[in-house]
Design a protein around this ligand. Structure first.
Ligand SMILES: Nc1ncnc2c1ncn2[C@@H]1O[C@H](COP(=O)(O)OP(=O)(O)O)[C@@H](O)[C@H]1O
Ligand SMILES: [Mg+2]
Length: 404
C-alpha cells in the first residue's frame, strides 16, 4: 500500500464561529478517504492552544469541550529538519515527544484567526502545505472592503459602499452620518468590515437607527462598511473550486431567511437540532443541516450561468485557491445581481453544493488537498535567493551617526 498522506485537520479557533468550525471539521473528517489519508485532528481552543487525540475525530467528543480538552494532548507545531511535527507542548524528559508528523494541513476554520490568513501564515512559516487560499488571499477574503476593491477592479458588480473608521465616527458622529446619508442613503446596511455570521449587521432606515447600528458594529470592529440596502432581497450562493490556473463553479443555492438580515440564528440554529451532519456527511446530508436552503436555487438558467461566471471571476479576483463560496445579493424584482462577499473556508466546505453538482465530499477533499500540494511544489521551485555579495561590500553609512 502506498503510504497515506498525513493530514492535519485544524479547526476551532478564536472566532465567534468556533462551534460552526467544529461541525464543518467533523463533517470533513467523516468524509476523508481513510485509504488515502491518515487523519490527525487538531482542535484549536478559543485561547489558541492546539490539542490532538483520536477522540477529537467525532462530534460527540465536543458536546463537552472541557472534557474533550482534558482527554487530549496539548501540542505545538514545529519544524524539525524537513519534517513538520506535532510535539507535546510539555516535552517529556525521556522518550520522544513527537505525536505526529504532518504532510499537509486542512484548515477548517471560519472567521477571524483561522480563515483570515493568521493560521495560513503559521503553516507557511513552517513550510507545511495547506489547503485553501494563501496568506494574502485569505486576508483579503476576510476583509469586505479590500475584497470589494478587487472585485470592482475586475468589473464585478458590487453594492455601493463606503468605509468608516471608528475614530472618524466618534470624532464627529453627525458628520459621519451625514456622509453616509449623502453617499449611500436609506435604507443602508452597516456591517463590521471583517466579521462573519451576521454579527453586528444592521439595516438602518433613519438617522437614529443608523447611529445605533454604527455604534453596535463598532463594538466588533474598528471599521465598518455602510452599503446601500438591496431592495426585494434574494440571496444566492455559489461555490468555486480550483486555483489561479483553473476553477469551476457549483450549482447555486438560495438560503431562505426569516428576517431582513440572515442572522446567526437563521444560519445555524433555525431547526434547533444542529450538528447531525457529521455522521452522514458523505451520504447526501445537507451541510449545516438546520439551515433552510434551496439547492439548486430557483432562478433561470441564464441567471444561474451569470452567477457562476461572476463567482469564478470573484474567486480569481482575490486569487483564491481550494473551495470558496461566493455570496450574491439579488434584487428579486429587477434580477440585478451583486457579489456580496467571498467565504474562503465556507461552512461545511460547501460540500452539499458539490454533491448536487456531482462531486462527492470525499472527492472534493481530494481536490483541495491536491491543490495544496501543487501550490507547495510550485512555491518550492521559486528562487528565494539570488547571487549577491552585498554583505561583503556594505557599510552602515550615515546610520552609524544616529547612535552617537
Ligand atoms: N447591501 C445589503 N443589502 C441588503 N441586505 C444585506 C446587504 N448586506 C448584507 N445584507 C444582509 O446581511 C446578511 C449578512 O451580511 P454579509 O455581508 O453576508 O455578512 P456576513 O459576513 O456576516 O455573512 C446578508 O446575508 C444579507 O441578508
Ligand atoms: Mg454572508
Amino acid at each position: 500500500m502506498i503510504s497515506r498522506i498525513r493530514t492535519g485537520v485544524f479547526f476551532g479557533g478564536p472566532s465567534v464561529e468556533h462551534e460552526v468550525s467544529v461541525i464543518s471539521a467533523m463533517q470533513a473528517i467523516a468524509a476523508l478517504d481513510e485509504t488515502r489519508y491518515e487523519v490527525i485532528p487538531v482542535y484549536v481552543s478559543k485561547d489558541g492552544s492546539f490539542y490532538t487525540g483520536d477522540h477529537l475525530k467525532t462530534l460527540d467528543a465536543f458536546r463537552d469541550i472541557p472534557a474533550a480538552v482534558a482527554a487530549a494532548q496539548r501540542v505545538v507545531l514545529q519544524k524539525e529538519g524537513k519534517d513538520v511535527q506535532l510535539v507535546l507542548a510539555k516535552q517529556k524528559k525521556f522518550g520522544s515527544s513527537v505525536v505526529a508528523v504532518l504532510d499537509v494541513a486542512l484548515p477548517v476554520f471560519h472567521g477571524t484567526g483561522g480563515e483570515d490568513g493568521v493560521m495560513q501564515a503559521h503553516f507557511q512559516r513552517l513550510g507545511l502545505p495547506y489547503a485553501g487560499p494563501d496568506v494574502t488571499s485569505s486576508a483579503i477574503g476576510m476583509d469586505k472592503w479590500a475584497s470589494k476593491a478587487l472585485f470592482r477592479m475586475s468589473g464585478i458588480p458590487c453594492v455601493p459602499a463606503l468605509r468608516l473608521r471608528k475614530s472618524e465616527y466618534y470624532a464627529d458622529p453627525e458628520a459621519a452620518c451625514a456622509r453616509i446619508e449623502g453617499e449611500i442613503g436609506y435604507p443602508a446596511v452597516v456591517k463590521p468590515y471583517n466579521l462573519g455570521s451576521s454579527v453586528g449587521i444592521h439595516k438602518c432606515r433613519d438617522r437614529f437607527s443608523l447611529q445605533e447600528g454604527l455604534e453596535d458594529a463598532f463594538l466588533y470592529s474598528g471599521a465598518v462598511l455602510a452599503e446601500r440596502a438591496v431592495p426585494h432581497l434574494r440571496e444566492i450562493n455559489c461555490a468555486v473550486l480550483g486555483d489561479g490556473e483553473s476553477a469551476r463553479a457549483s450549482v447555486c443555492e438560495e438560503p431562505l431567511n426569516a428576517t431582513d438580515i440572515l442572522t446567526y440564528a437563521d444560519k445555524y440554529q433555525s431547526g434547533g437540532k444542529s450538528a447531525k451532519g457529521a455522521k452522514t456527511a458523505s451520504g447526501g446530508s445537507k451541510g449545516m443541516q438546520s439551515l433552510a436552503r434551496q439547492v439548486p436555487a430557483p432562478i433561470s438558467p441564464e441567471q444561474t450561468a451569470r452567477v457562476q461566471e461572476l463567482a469564478v471571476a470573484a474567486f480569481h479576483a482575490i486569487d483564491a485557491c481550494g473551495c470558496a463560496r461566493v455570496d450574491f445579493l439579488m434584487d428579486g424584482e429587477s434580477g440585478e445581481l451583486f457579489v456580496n462577499e467571498i467565504n474562503t473556508i465556507p461552512g461545511s466546505l460547501a460540500f452539499y453544493l458539490w454533491e448536487a453538482t456531482g462531486l462527492s465530499f470525499s472527492k472534493l477533499l481530494d481536490e483541495m488537498i491536491a491543490l495544496a500540494l501543487k501550490r507547495s511544489r510550485e512555491q518550492s521551485m521559486l528562487h528565494t535567493t539570488f547571487e549577491t555579495n552585498l554583505l561583503q561590500t556594505a557599510s552602515l553609512g550615515g546610520a552609524k551617526g544616529s547612535k552617537a
